[in-house]
Design a protein around this ligand. Structure first.
Ligand SMILES: [Zn+2]
Length: 368
């Protein structure tokens, strides 16, 4: 089996959505630095992400939207009409210097990832996972939808059984809209109930293509393992997927400011371990994640897990230095706990499996 490949770019290092935006923080650059410091990333397993050409993006996005996005980057401003029509230049989807090139690079990375696993293999593009993007407008910090573009690339390569698994705290409304009613793509999403974008209710099956599980606040690790065993794994294997695309957003952990879910990062790594060998092709993407320490530690651990590297209890001094250099303009960032600097692994968050979740899992199991 060929070693997993990591797709990255230096465009993410300095780029931010603006100082007041949740994506003011560095994410992918920290993951790259941590993986390099630990000796887990070398020229042989790293690929530079290409910036996707407009024509490639039009496999999903409308030409007028792509033109408007490029124009907004050039002008560094938008008209009222563009703001209304394309949701560009809003608080969520602000104008910033790389507002076309950055998402086009993330999308180029996910499409390259899909091409690299055409025969088989594992690729990790932590800059990907922008699951809210719509064909003709920006949505929820997502200007483009790289998971959709990656899945379309796999379909165009001739595959016809693809499972998309999304464990971000938010529902994957953009991906679901793209593959509503599909018989070739099965979507499985676990997300916090009653949270933006408020779609993905339990009874919504996207024309038979989706399993949606909204979960209550304070989701714990044991509840997540029940979801993995009773929904994610059986719904994946019963589809006999030729490829799996895993959106591994890092915003369902306890310290994330944009959700009320309280997983430890052990949950995500366990999911990666369980999903890793189910299909011959695996593309792992990032997604949400708004605490710079949580995101960096979780996604670095995902890379270690894909490579079957045992995650050390204590990081080496240069990796710790990477984490000590981070800053975060939030109360929780003023005095970060020591384990945010010294370890990747969170303490597990065990708990009881609540009856509401048991019932919802039973409801969905009848459709598997
Ligand atoms: Zn999210």
């Amino acid at each position: 089996m060929r070693a997993p490949l990591f797709i990255g770019s230096e465009i993410y290092r300095k780029s931010t959505y603006g100082s007041k935006h949740p994506l003011a923080i560095p994410r992918v650059s920290t993951v790259i630095d941590l993986c390099r410091a630990q000796g887990w990333l070398t020229p042989s397993n790293y690929r530079v992400s290409p910036c996707a050409k407009p024509s490639a993006l039009m496999a999903f996005h409308t030409p007028d939207y792509i033109t408007a996005l490029q124009q907004a980057e050039r002008d560094q401003a938008v008209s009222d009409e563009t703001r209304q029509k394309y949701a560009l230049g809003t608080l969520s989807n602000p104008v910033f210097p790389e507002m076309y090139r950055r998402p086009a690079t993330a999308a180029g990375g996910s499409m390259l990832g899909a091409e690299l696993i055409r025969d088989k293999g594992i690729v990790y593009n932590p800059a990907g996972g922008t699951h809210h993007g719509l064909a003709n407008r920006a949505n929820g910090f997502c200007y483009l939808n790289d998971p959709v573009l990656a899945i379309l690339t796999l379909l165009n390569a001739g595959l016809d059984r693809i499972v998309y698994i999304d464990i971000d705290a938010h529902h994957c409304d953009g991906v679901e809209a793209a593959f509503h009613g599909s018989t070739k793509v099965r979507m499985i999403s676990v997300h916090e109930a009653y949270r933006w974008p408020f779609s993905g209710t339990l009874d919504n099956d996207a024309g038979g293509a989706a399993f949606n599980l909204p979960v209550a606040r304070n989701l714990n690790d044991d509840e997540f393992y029940a979801i993995l065993d009773q929904l994610i794994l059986p719904a994946t294997t019963s589809f006999a997927p030729q490829a799996i695309v895993l959106q591994c957003g890092a915003d369902a952990v306890a310290e994330d400011p944009l959700s009320r879910l309280t997983l430890s990062n052990n949950a995500h790594w366990h999911a990666v371990t369980q999903i890793r060998d189910v299909a011959p092709r695996l593309l792992v993407l990032g997604g949400g994640g708004y605490n710079p320490w949580s995101v960096a530690r979780l996604w670095t651990g995902v890379w270690a897990t894909l490579n079957r590297i045992e995650i050390p209890d204590v990081l080496n001094p240069s990796a710790q230095a990477v984490l000590r250099e981070l800053t975060w303009n939030r109360v929780a960032g003023k005095q970060p706990p020591r384990h945010w600097f010294e370890t990747l692994r969170d303490a597990p968050n065990h708990g009881e499996i609540r009856s509401e979740l048991r019932n919802d899992l039973k409801f969905l199991a009848e459709r598997i």
